[in-house]
Design a protein around this ligand. Structure first.
Ligand SMILES: Cc1cc2nc3c(=O)[nH]c(=O)nc-3n(C[C@H](O)[C@H](O)[C@H](O)COP(=O)(O)OP(=O)(O)OC[C@H]3O[C@@H](n4cnc5c(N)ncnc54)[C@H](O)[C@@H]3O)c2cc1C
Length: 331
């Protein structure tokens, strides 16, 4: 197999979530010239932490597990670097109107001090342009040309382009570029998630730190301060379930918050005395059924990675970026 000469090869990675960061890190190490573009003002995508003066809370991914040896190794590096740790919450399940203990079958990890810490750690040695929403990609004379909403045409041209963004956003960018990749992206049915954050001066007295809620419109509640290295006011994160969130994705924020809090109260988490913030994730979860890990068009030098190509979740996203990068390296 022939190998690309890294130092002569430029790669644009769109999206600085954990998949884009892992892909960029793996390509940067041997010397590829990698430039990341991220539409938000920080890195880490859905592995995110909302910060205010009084509290901070993980309002996207809540924890991650590690099964693949490559990811287990990576998580060990994160732990050694103090950006992740084990989380052992008092965990319950609410099902058929009854509470049960949840017996942990595997380790759960969190970023420390926030869920975005592993992403920030990976970003340290990478070249990233923040606040750049790429809204057009074109291949001309064997190079990729990009345009962003904020800056217009991007000066640099690229040999390779990696889209490390949720499927619907990748699909919108790829229009008329590669029907096969478009079809793959169109098959991922990504669903929304309404998330409420409730901050307390005096937290509710409940016998759990986190709970899976079944058969209700909410699916998860968790006490952020039960995670390692958290400080500040007590704050709970409440997720509505994907089906309900998708059905009511356009609901007014205040109405959504009220319905979610009513449901939380019904199952025992009373947030009447809390200050409330709400966030809507438009593309929170979902993946293609035949997980391919990543997708690649070698002729166009165009790659796709992200959780939706690899079973969803943090581990799948990290592995997806890593595997796409290894594939590009070996071409
Ligand atoms: C509410 C919620 C709860 C979750 N809970 C868990 C959990 O408990 N455990 C778990 O393992 N996983 C969980 N997940 C899923 C997990 O967060 C994701 O699988 C993982 O973070 C996805 O990473 P990614 O890099 O593929 O995508 P993302 O994190 O979405 O990264 C994509 C990045 O691309 C950027 N972007 C998009 N379009 C453009 C553009 N045009 N130009 C520039 N930048 C762009 C975005 O801003 C984003 O930063 C949860 C997700 C949500 C939303």
């Amino acid at each position: 197999m022939s190998q690309l000469e890294p130092k002569d090869t430029t790669v644009a990675v769109i999206g600085a979530g954990i998949a884009g960061l892992s892909c960029a890190a793996q390509l940067t190490a041997p010397g590829f010239e990698v430039q990341l573009f991220e539409k938000s003002r920080g890195v880490s995508g859905r592995m995110s932490t909302r910060n205010t003066d009084d509290w901070s809370a993980d309002h996207g991914a809540q924890y991650f597990t590690a099964r693949d040896p490559l990811f287990i190794e990576e998580v060990s590096r994160w732990i050694d670097s103090d950006v992740a740790a084990l989380w052992n919450p008092r965990l319950k399940v609410f099902k058929a109107n009854q509470w049960q203990d949840s017996i942990p079958s595997e380790n759960r990890y969190v970023g420390t001090p926030g869920m975005n810490s592993p992403g920030k750690y990976l970003a340290k040695n990478l070249s990233i342009e923040l606040n750049q929403t790429i809204d057009q990609i074109n291949r001309q004379n064997g190079k990729w040309l990009l345009r962003s909403i904020e800056s217009g045409d991007i000066e640099m041209q690229f040999d390779w382009l990696v889209l490390a963004i949720p499927a619907p956003q990748a699909l919108a960018l790829m229009q008329s570029i590669d029907p096969k990749l478009e079809k793959i992206a169109a098959n991922a049915n990504m669903l929304a998630c309404w998330t409420v954050m409730a901050s307390f001066t005096q937290g509710p007295k409940v016998p759990f730190d986190a709970a899976f809620i079944n058969d209700e419109m909410i699916s998860w509640v968790s006490r952020n301060n039960s995670k390692p290295k958290r400080s500040g006011q007590e704050i709970w994160t409440i997720h509505a379930n994907p089906k309900w969130s998708q059905e009511w994705v356009e609901l007014d924020k205040e109405k959504a918050a009220k319905l979610i809090l009513d449901c939380a109260k019904r199952v025992g988490l009373d947030c009447d005395k809390a200050k409330i913030a709400i966030h809507r994730w438009r593309y929170a979860s979902g993946h293609i059924t035949q997980a391919s890990g990543f997708s690649l068009n070698k002729d166009l030098q165009l790659g796709l990675c992200g959780d939706w190509l690899n079973g969803g979740r943090v581990e799948g996203a990290w592995l997806s970026g890593r595997k796409l990068a290894s594939q590009i390296q070996n071409i």
